[in-house]
Write a protein of this length. Sequence first.
Length: 273
Amino acid sequence: MSYKMIVLDMDDTLLTSDHTISPKTKAALLDAQERGHKVVLASGRPTYAMWDAARELELAKYGSFILSFNGASIINCATNEEIFSSTLTPETVAYLHDISVREEIAIHTYIGNEIVTDQPNPYTDIEGDLTGMPVIHVDDFKQTVTTPVVKCLMLADGDTLAPIETKLQIELEGELAVARSKPFFLEFTEAGVTKGTSLAFLSEHVGIEQSHVIACGDGNNDLTMIEWAGLGVAMGNANATVKGKADFITKSNDEDGIAHVIETFMSSVLVDQ
């Protein structure tokens, strides 16, 4: 099989534990693009927090893409054009806030390039550190969110969030997409919007068949794209659920697992670019 596109989750997949791209993985991705393959960064991160990696991998030069906010936005790096966008209404955000109060857990969202919360907590601070975005504490979350936002996160330790994730997936079925990107991040996007559905849209947009797509990830929010892709890859450090759904298990993010995938499945030069 000649794979033409590789899709990469960022945290704990593309990025090592110190949040960098290893030299070997970077070289493999640059070489793959030079040979005609497309690279897509697919993350729960906001778009703003993905551009540094996109620039390091020269995605604009090679016409590759960013799929951010768990699939709620797709950016053509060459043109900076947003080719897909999905949002939550302020009313939906208010509804989610009520649920977070009921469940006694924190919530945050994004306004512009800022993270907004009314409940200071260590997990929002982690998101601020990961993304480089400032955290703004407000008194009234509902009154602050007056325009559509791309997604919301509820936050607590993993043991607390695990049963809440299951509960809300049932409660909000058909209303919102619900998945954890990290044990302590429970993410909400518009119903039907996931990494998998957005990857399907992107593949059709660029004319690459499903069977020619590789998707790599480690967390529950990667499941939809891993199951959709022609080759679904779990990182060696992925959770058991992801490994159970994958077609191939590569090395960990700290062992150049992405480079291993490229070496194994993307050694060809594409002639029909």
